[in-house]
Design a protein around this ligand. Structure first.
Ligand code: FES
Length: 65
């Protein structure tokens, strides 16, 4: 069983268990075996948190341009 939780910043963290992440086409998403977060804020361009949740609205807008 895998245990996950979503923190107040939106990151989804693995608390317990091994996880294999895959893209829609089934290809594996490379990630650290135990230290990674799944994006729950919707700002990352991938399934993994890239830190974009920390940006202000203006910083995020500038990043996308
Ligand atoms: S939770 Fe979405 S970028 Fe970190």
């Amino acid at each position: 069983m895998v245990k996950l939780y979503k923190n107040e910043k939106g990151q989804i963290k693995v608390v317990e268990g091994a996880v294999q992440l895959v893209n829609e086409d089934g290809t594996a998403v490379r990630h650290h075996p135990s230290k990674f977060s799944i994006c729950g804020c919707g700002r990352s361009q991938t399934i993994l948190c890239d830190g974009s949740h920390k940006l202000t609205e203006e910083e995020f807008k500038n990043k996308k341009e």
